[in-house]
Design a protein around this ligand. Structure first.
Ligand code: NDP
Length: 334
C-alpha cells in the first residue's frame, strides 16, 4: 500500500548517503524532505548531492516542518538521545541508529518518551533483515538441528581509511558499540532470548587510540547453558564474516552473512550430509524501512524496536564492563 511519508534526516552521514536515502525512496510514497547538519556548508553540499530540497542547521527548524512525519537519526552516538527525545516531543516517528545511546538509562528514557508521545521508535539493526538470518531463524524455530548447544560469530574485518574517524578516535566509538552490537541483536533475533551473562577481552592500539577497542573476543551465555563466541574487530583484512549454530542433531553454517549487502549462503550439516538452503536475497535496509513505514501507519512493528535497541545496548555495555574488569558480568535487560 502507498503511504505518503515525509522524512527528515538528522545527520549528514555516510550511512544515510550510502544506504538510507535509497531505502526511504524505495518505499511507495517515501520522500526525503530535509537534512540537518551542524555545518551549513556540509548540509548544503549533502542536500545538493542527494537531491534533497531543504537543509538546515537547526533541529527545531527541521522538527517544526509539517511535511516531515518521521526522522532518521544518524549523528554521532552521543547525540541520539536528545535528538530522539526532541523529535518524539515534536510528534515525529524516529528510526534511530545504534547504539541508541551510551547508557541503558538514556536508551530506556528514549523508549519511554516515544511511547508517551505515541510515536514509533525503531533501531536500525539491519542484520535481522537479511535473507540469511531470516532463514537461520526459521531453521532454528523448526527444530532442524535440535536443541541448541553453542554458536560462533565471525564479524571482524578491516576498517577502511574513510571510516577511521570517530570509530577509532572517540570514546563513543570502538568496535563493540559500532559492530558487535549488531551481532548481539542478531543473536537475540535468532534465539528469541537475551543472554544471561557476558565475558570479553578486547584489543586496542593497532588502529584505535589506546583505550578504544579495535578487536574483541567475547562469550555470551544464553539460557539453557548455550554458549556463543563472538570475534569482532577492525584490524583483520580478508577475514570472512559468518555464523555457525551447533545443535544436538546438526549445524547451521552461514557464510558471508554479517554484511550490509544482500549476500551470503546458509547450509545445514547433519547426518544426511550438507544441504544449502535456497535463499531469495533482498536489500536489508529496504526491508527495515518498509516495516518501519508500515508500523508508523498502524500496521505491525519495526524489524528492531526501541526495546530491542535498549537490549542490544545493555548487552554491549556488559561486554565492555567485562573487558574492563576481567570478570563475567551478569546481564539484566530492562
Ligand atoms: P559519519 O561519520 O559519516 O557521520 C556522523 C556525523 O559526523 C554526521 O552527523 C556529520 O555531522 C559528521 N560528519 C560527517 N562527515 C563529516 C566531515 N567530513 N567532517 C566533519 N563532520 C562530519 O558516520 P556514519 O555514517 O559512519 O555513522 C553514523 C551513525 O550511524 C552512527 O550512529 C553509527 O553507529 C551508525 N551506523 C549504522 C550502520 C548500520 O548499518 N545500521 C552503518 C554505519 C553507521 P553533521 O550531521 O552535523 O553534518
Amino acid at each position: 500500500m502507498t503511504h505518503p511519508t515525509g522524512w527528515g534526516l538528522i545527520g549528514a552521514s555516510n550511512v544515510a548517503r550510502e544506504w538510507i536515502i535509497d531505502a526511504i525512496r524505495a518505499q511507495p510514497g517515501g520522500e526525503v524532505r530535509a537534512v540537518l547538519s551542524n555545518d551549513a556548508g556540509r548540509g548544503a553540499a549533502f542536500a545538493q548531492a542527494n537531491g534533497i530540497a531543504h537543509h538546515t542547521t537547526s533541529l527545531q527548524d527541521l522538527l517544526s516542518r509539517r511535511d516531515i512525519d518521521a526522522v532518521y537519526i544518524s549523528t554521532g552516538n552521543r547525540l541520539h538521545v536528545e535528538q530522539t527525545i526532541a523529535a518524539a516531543r515534536a510528534g515525529k516517528h524516529v528510526m534511530c541508529e545504534k547504539p541508541l545511546a551510551l547508557s541503558v538509562e538514556d536508551a530506556s528514557e528514549m523508549v519511554r518518551v516515544c511511547n508517551h508521545a505515541g510515536v514509533v521508535l525503531g533501531t536500525n539493526h539491519h542484520l535481522r533483515n537479511a535473507a540469511t538470518h531470516m532463514a537461520i531463524h526459521g531453521l532454528i524455530e523448526d527444530g532442524r538441528i535440535g536443541g541448541l548447544i553453542a554458536a560462533r560469530v565471525f564479524h571482524a574485518n578491516f576498517l577502511s581509511a574513510a571510516l577511521q574517524g570517530w570509530r577509532v578516535n572517540d570514546q563513543d566509538g570502538g568496535v563493540i558499540l559500532d559492530s558487535t552490537i549488531h551481532d548481539i541483536d542478531t543473536l537475540r533475533f535468532l534465539f528469541d532470548e537475551n543472554p544471561v551473562s557476558a565475558f570479553a577481552m578486547t584489543q586496542s592500539g593497532r588502529l584505535a587510540r589506546d583505550g578504544i577497542e579495535d578487536g574483541i573476543m567475547a562469550v555470551l551465555r544464553f539460557p539453557g547453558d548455550v554458549l556463543v563466541q563472538i570475534h569482532g574487530g577492525y584490524t583483520t583484512p580478508f577475514s570472512p564474516g559468518g555464523i555457525e549454530i551447533m545443535g544436538e542433531r546438526g549445524i547451521i553454517v552461514g557464510r558471508d552473512c554479517m554484511s550490509q549487502r544482500p549476500i551470503g549462503t546458509v547450509s545445514v550439516r547433519d547426518a544426511d550430509g550438507e544441504h544449502e538452503i535456497p535463499l531469495k536475497h533482498h536489500n536489508l535496509y529496504h526491508r527495515a524501512f518498509g516495516l518501519f513505514t508500515s508500523a508508523i501507519h498502524g500496521d505491525g512493528r519495526p524489524a528492531a524496536t526501541g526495546e530491542d535497541g535498549v537490549a542490544s545496548l545493555a548487552i554491549a555495555l556488559a561486554l565492555r564492563e567485562s573487558a574492563r574488569t576481567g570478570r563475567e558480568i551478569g546481564i539484566n535487560v530492562p
